[in-house]
Write a protein that binds this ligand. Structure first.
Ligand SMILES: NC(=O)c1ccc[n+]([C@@H]2O[C@H](COP(=O)([O-])OP(=O)(O)OC[C@H]3O[C@@H](n4cnc5c(N)ncnc54)[C@H](OP(=O)(O)O)[C@@H]3O)[C@@H](O)[C@H]2O)c1
Length: 264
């Protein structure tokens, strides 16, 4: 499966490179990176032996190609590089919304797997949703993403849109939640520094507790919600008619719609 060629190594491609380095998943010399504006992670990989922006003729040695450019730029990247690749190179696309048939077509009929990763891949705590029609391509995607955290096999390609809305985009949902909690802390009179420390440490601690105990989130919520207490007062708002559940459904539906538009 090596050498691995990464086409585009920005935020997400860089997170994958960082995670692989942390996990010791691949030797530097097994990686090739093509990116006109290499991120810090790409430059660090190059220092560890990866070939950065090699001559086009070298791309034919890649057995696995990770398509990690923005969905708006994937066609341009395919046009630039497809003809240089080996006919048996497997394309692993992390581009949101773009379907495997279109990718296979633009990459000359090569086998394709689709993956929706998350940025915590950088610390090997990501989750990647995988889909491929071809079992060998799926196995390749497993080998690439298992070192970076959890993997979830989807049974239908259409579910990648759903995984994008519920997972790929979701780290931003949590960060937005923390930003809002910090702002609410300042609004009730805390200093910005205290609000930020309290909100961040509380949320990261609560997430770690969820991971370590393996309890259901609803159970952990019940454990910290006394009848008629302060938390219950807040929960009546957050879980109320105009609270988080309808808001989250709306947000996920908007991400799902956008994922479908990007692939259209
Ligand atoms: N970020 C996330 O949280 C996340 C999560 C899941 C999936 N994804 C998917 O990951 C993909 C990349 O997203 P991103 O956030 O990492 O984007 P990004 O930060 O913009 O990274 C893409 C990189 O590809 C480079 N690039 C553009 N055209 C290229 C070409 N023709 N050949 C080689 N490199 C090229 C870009 O350079 P320029 O800046 O010069 O254009 C940039 O450095 C997207 O398809 C997205 O759907 C992202």
């Amino acid at each position: 499966m090596t050498p691995i060629l990464m086409l585009g190594a920005g935020r997400m491609g860089g997170a994958i490179l960082e995670g692989w380095a942390r996990a010791g998943a691949f030797a530097g010399h097994d990686l090739m990176i093509v990116d006109p504006q290499p991120s810090d992670a790409a430059l660090a990989s190059a220092r560890a032996g990866a070939r950065l922006n090699p001559p086009d003729g070298d791309l034919a040695s890649a057995r696995t190609v990770i398509l990690a450019v923005k969905p708006q730029k994937w066609l341009e990247a395919a046009g630039q590089y497809a003809s240089w690749l080996s006919p048996d190179a497997v394309i692993i696309s992390i581009a949101a919304g773009v379907g495997s048939q279109a990718i296979a077509h633009e990459f000359g009929g090569r086998t394709v797997a689709r993956v929706m990763p998350t940025t915590a891949a950088a610390i090997c705590q990501g989750v990647a949703s995988l889909y491929a029609d071809d079992p060998a391509a799926l196995a390749r995607a497993h080998a690439l993403f298992e070192p970076l955290g959890a993997v979830v096999d989807l049974t239908d390609e259409a579910q990648i849109h759903m995984a994008t809305a519920v997972s790929g985009s979701a780290p931003a949902y949590l960060y937005a939640f923390i930003e809002s909690l910090e702002a609410a802390g300042v609004a009730v009179g805390l200093s910005a520094a205290d609000a930020s420390r309290l909100a961040r440490s509380t949320i990261t601690g609560a997430a770690a507790l969820l991971a370590q105990t393996g309890e259901q989130p609803a159970e952990l919520r019940r454990q910290v919600t006394s009848p008629n207490g302060t938390t219950e007062a807040a929960m009546n708002v957050l879980l109320g008619e105009r609270g988080l559940p309808p808001l989250m459904r709306e947000a996920v539906a908007a991400a799902l719609r956008r994922s479908k538009e990007l692939g259209a």
